[in-house]
Ligand binder design. Structure first.
Ligand SMILES: Cc1cc2nc3c(=O)[nH]c(=O)nc-3n(C[C@H](O)[C@H](O)[C@H](O)COP(=O)(O)OP(=O)(O)OC[C@H]3O[C@@H](n4cnc5c(N)ncnc54)[C@H](O)[C@@H]3O)c2cc1C
Length: 440
């Protein structure tokens, strides 16, 4: 009998399994794939570093990563109509302890985390897909799974953590998964060689480009290749005809600067697309279960926050679950506190995500001002410092105020962009489908 079953061997499941094993719990982790396996999401945030330190894998991650000193944003300033590039360096954030992050190939990063949780004592099964979870009585969980040969079996535990990523096994089965009513976007992406890189200290920075239908990312990897993707409004991705390769190249041609950096580029593998990916779950926990990482919620990758939010959620959840095991009568109070905190972090990011493609946000990002250290607070948000730092939180509120005052001055463009976002969300709701496509 295990204490805890973890479904999913991505960054979130492995973080939870490692730390729970360290605390002495008997943990069993199921992963339906086999590491190393492809996954999108290569750009980490500075606030990932203390988590990697705590897990004991920071040195290994340094080996496979490239240092990311900042995030570069490129677009046309809507007021001057001039193309601009602004790089936000993490050293300007409030927390000086972590002035950089890493870009990592996810197959390698996730593999390191997976091996680490084995070394910490978790029992792990690869090529094993969890198919069903039942809760016959309080403190008893029955988990059914299938191995690569298609043979089924089951085991018992006291508790289950769903970290199955976008598959969101439990929230689907329990009908908790719901589309995000404020935002919807889609992505098309691949890995390329021969993409023009920034030089010197900026070599590892992520580049973001606004364009008519959304935005592009260019994430440099340490073998010289580049992860390139376009996050688009669903109504644009809907026009996809022919191959995804052709569609991505056609989209790249819409931005002169991205097209110029990709003049010599060669595709290194499959070009993948994923539809409307913003969703959340009605609740994060219940009797003997918890949903973490993408299995709980995902909004949009523009600030590269998915891995960090998921892993930091796992770190916090481990402490909560440990306390609940020791004092079961406090479970509701502790889990509600955790859920509130995690939802709070996500909603801080969401405020920026929802408005990212508006002309006001473009204007403010293209013309940063550090009056009252507001720029430092925005950079701290970009670094992932959104949970505890009061200096950051209060200045982000001030940034909201600056945003709304600019909005009044740029009203026609702001209304147009708000209507576009609304139309895309309505379209997804009208279709009534949940995002079925996965990223792995
Ligand atoms: C287009 C795009 C770009 C992104 N870019 C970034 C980025 O640059 N930086 C960033 O931080 N985040 C990014 N993200 C988000 C990031 O990829 C995720 O937030 C992150 O991978 C979540 O980790 P996880 O462990 O919750 O889920 P995953 O990493 O998806 O891991 C879940 C694991 O569970 C396994 N699994 C699923 N179902 C089962 C089952 N039934 N049984 C057993 N195993 C199962 C899967 O095989 C998988 O290995 C991006 C997302 C998208 C869509």
């Amino acid at each position: 009998m295990f204490d805890i079953v973890v479904i999913g061997g991505g960054p979130v499941g492995t973080t939870a399994a490692s730390l729970l094993s360290e605390k002495g719990y008997r943990v069993c982790l199921f992963e339906k794939a086999r590491h190393p396996r492809f996954h999108i999401g290569e750009s980490l945030l500075p606030m990932n570093l203390p988590i990697l330190e705590r897990l004991g894998v920071l040195e290994q991650v340094k080996e496979i990563g490239i240092i990311k000193h900042g995030a570069e944003f490129n677009g046309i300033d809507p007021i001057s109509n001039k193309m601009r590039r602004e790089t936000f360096y993490f050293e300007k954030s409030f927390n000086k302890k972590y002035p950089h992050a890493y870009e990592v190939r996810r197959s390698e990063f996730d593999h390191i985390l997976f091996e680490n949780c084995k070394n910490k004592g978790a029992t792990v099964f690869e090529d094993h897909r969890v198919t069903q979870v039942d809760f016959p009585s309080k403190g008893q969980v029955s988990v059914q799974y299938k191995n690569a040969e298609g043979d089924s079996d089951q085991l018992q535990a006291r508790y289950v953590i769903d970290a199955s990523g976008r598959d969101s096994l439990l929230s689907r089965k329990m009908k908790l998964k719901q589309k995000n009513p404020h935002h919807q976007s889609s992505a098309i992406f691949g890995h390329f060689s021969g993409v023009e890189r920034r030089t010197g200290r900026d070599e590892g920075n992520i580049s973001i480009y606004w364009f008519e239908h959304g935005w592009f990312w260019l994430i440099p990897l340490n073998d010289g290749s580049m992860s390139v993707g376009a996050v688009c409004w669903p109504d644009y991705l809907k026009t996809l005809e022919g191959s995804t390769d052709d569609f991505l190249w056609k989209t790249i041609a819409m931005n002169d600067e991205v097209a110029s950096r990709m003049k010599q580029a060669k595709n290194l593998g499959e070009i993948r697309a994923t539809g409307n990916f913003a969703y959340t779950s009605k609740k994060m926990w219940g009797q003997d279960f918890m949903l973490l990482g993408d299995a709980f919620a995902f909004v949009d990758p523009v600030f590269s926050s998915g891995v960090y939010l998921g892993m930091s959620g796992a770190v916090q959840a481990v402490d909560t679950i440990d306390q609940c095991f020791k004092a079961p009568e406090k479970t509701a109070q502790l889990c509600n506190q955790l859920e509130k905190r995690i939802r709070g972090g996500i909603s801080e990011m969401c405020w920026f995500i929802y408005r990212f493609t508006s002309p006001v946000m473009q204007r403010l990002f293209m013309n940063p001002k550090n009056d009252w250290q507001v720029e430092s607070a925005v950079i701290s948000m970009l670094a992932g410092d959104i949970f505890d730092n009061k200096e950051v939180k209060i200045r982000l509120k001030f940034f909201h105020f600056i945003y709304y005052s600019h909005m009044l001055r740029m009203l026609p463009g702001s209304i147009k962009s708000w209507l576009k976002r609304k139309r895309n969300v309505q379209e997804i709701f009208r279709k009534g489908t949940m995002p079925e496509d996965r990223i792995d």
